[in-house]
Design a protein around this ligand. Structure first.
Ligand code: SF4
Ligand code: SF4
Ligand code: FES
Length: 251
């Protein structure tokens, strides 16, 4: 088990842990914007930078993906770290001035405004949606598209995603709530006599994807996207009729 110091505190850390994990477990706060404990570290936002002294040299690293080592001396706050974090958040505030998560982080870091021309985005390009879709859901329905200032998360060719199962994990994980979905009711058919059959669909607005919702065979209420149930049922090896009832009718 490696022994190290973080801000002068002697710590024994688990093998394979990152500086961020060990710092947080020891009550030391390091700000992050692209980290989620359920996802692989990505090192994109750089807000989590710390200084490491390995004996022979000192350097700045991203703590979310830097593994602890024997004898490491970590500093989580000093003048240059604070200045870099402030610059990062100022740039994010320039890009996403109305995103609540960005404003809260700016407040926390004492950044009150930006010197640069304001944009009006909400996506901070943290990549959590892309990673949750790939690593947890296993769908790989979305990815980064374009480069530089035009970089964004999108479905393939900005068209309907054939791989999106409508699970909503990307909506849940997005720190700035810029991914939206709606469950809608729609008339699916109009019979000669004028009666309508009502259906339900889930609309993933950002991914231009509309998925019919399966309805409960007993009460007729919507359960979840049919595609999602098919995929999950297959993965779990369930019989085709195992997901025909909603939770309420199963009990
Ligand atoms: S809703 Fe679609 S894009 Fe979002 S995580 Fe689920 S499968 Fe991926
Ligand atoms: S859409 Fe949300 S989760 Fe995805 S990269 Fe942008 S801010 Fe992050
Ligand atoms: S949290 Fe480490 S780079 Fe974003």
């Amino acid at each position: 088990m490696p022994q190290l110091t973080i801000d002068g505190k002697q710590i024994t850390a688990p093998v394979g842990a990152t500086i961020l994990q060990v710092a947080r477990e020891n009550g030391i706060d390091i700000p992050t914007f692209c980290h989620h404990e359920a996802l692989e570290p990505w090192g994109a936002c750089r807000l989590c930078i710390v200084e490491v002294d390995e004996g022979s040299r000192t350097r700045l690293v991203t703590s979310c993906n830097f593994p602890v080592k024997e004898g490491l001396a970590v500093t989580t706050k000093n003048k240059s770290i604070i200045a870099i974090r402030k610059m990062i958040i100022e740039l994010l505030l320039t890009r996403c001035p109305n995103a609540q998560a960005v404003r809260q982080m700016a407040d926390k870091l004492g950044v009150t405004g930006t010197r640069f021309p304001i944009e009006n985005e909400f996506c901070i390009l943290c990549g959590m949606c892309v990673r949750v879709c790939k690593e947890i859901v296993g769908a790989q329905a979305i990815s980064f598209a374009s480069r530089g200032g035009n970089k964004k998360v999108a479905s393939p060719f900005f068209k309907r995603s054939g791989d999106c199962i409508g699970c909503g994990a990307c909506v849940y994980v997005c720190p700035t709530q810029c991914i939206t979905m709606n469950d809608v009711t729609e008339a699916t058919d109009v019979y000669a006599e004028g009666t309508e059959q009502v259906g339900y669909a889930r609309v993933m607005n950002n991914w231009r994807t509309r998925l019919p919702l399966k309805v409960c065979k007993s009460c007729g209420n919507p359960i979840a996207p049919e595609f999602q149930l098919q995929v999950l049922g297959k993965k779990a090896g369930l019989a085709p009729d195992a997901l025909d009832l909603c939770q309420g009718c199963k009990e």
